[in-house]
Write a protein that binds this ligand. Sequence first.
Ligand SMILES: [Zn+2]
Length: 302
Amino acid sequence: MKLALTLLAMLFIAPVAIPSEREETKSSRREEATAIRAKTAKEGEKKKTARPPAPDLSARIKVLEQENLRLRQEVAKASGVFGAAGSEAASPAGALAELEAGNNRFVSGTRTRTQMGYNDAALRAKLAQGQAPFAVIVTCSDSRLGDNFIFDQELGRLFTVREAGNSPDIQSLASIEYAVEHLGSKVVVVMGHESCGAVKAVMESGPTPLPGNLWSLQAAMPGLLESVHHPSGEPAAAYLSHLVEANARRQANAVLTRSGIVQHLCAAGKLAVVPAVYDLASGKVKFLPALPKEAPSLEAHH
Ligand SMILES: [Zn+2]
């Protein structure tokens, strides 16, 4: 009888007193989930305490920005950025010197004139009254040739003519003439660049006309391929590099020979035409010797 009672008790009590395996798993999962929730909440707390309160951060940013502005104004003042136009607007030599100095700033990562965002509104207001760019830059349309950056010159300082292959057509010549005669620019820099796609296309196509309107690039570089000796075995990259430099010289010559206005100003010592080549990787502009004051023959530079 006692045994029977015990068995009966076990039947009713056992399911409650001894949890089944399934229930055990359920409860351990619940515990696990609670533990994860607790851990996540704790981590969240930690993160909250690690991050400084928002008002403090914005106050710190403001202090840093003010300090940054003060330092940049000091640098700009020390480098003579503010004030009236300097020697760059007075002579071809002065203009070239400022382009060289600006390019050095660009190469060394110390751009100054194009780092003055705080001055933009005042600059726009001043330039709305008129412009007097001290230099004309004739260069390629290539997206890597932003001349304001390359020469570290803000708005109003450079008059830019851009054509694929830096090969000015008749309207480009008109633009150059407008700048040198009406705006008083003191130097015309005709700047090619390493790995120029336009020169490369002309090089690779040879006598075969390029498709679409691209044939005009070949027409704009007459005699270029014949002007550069290409020894057998010379790598294509080296040949292209020679062509790029020759093209910059020849296009600079073309500006001088095709424009009476440019010739006249050069002869009077009021303007210089300077070929140059830009290196994409270093950012360095290699200025080639300025052209003679009298219009040279296109065949003079090989
Ligand atoms: Zn190019």
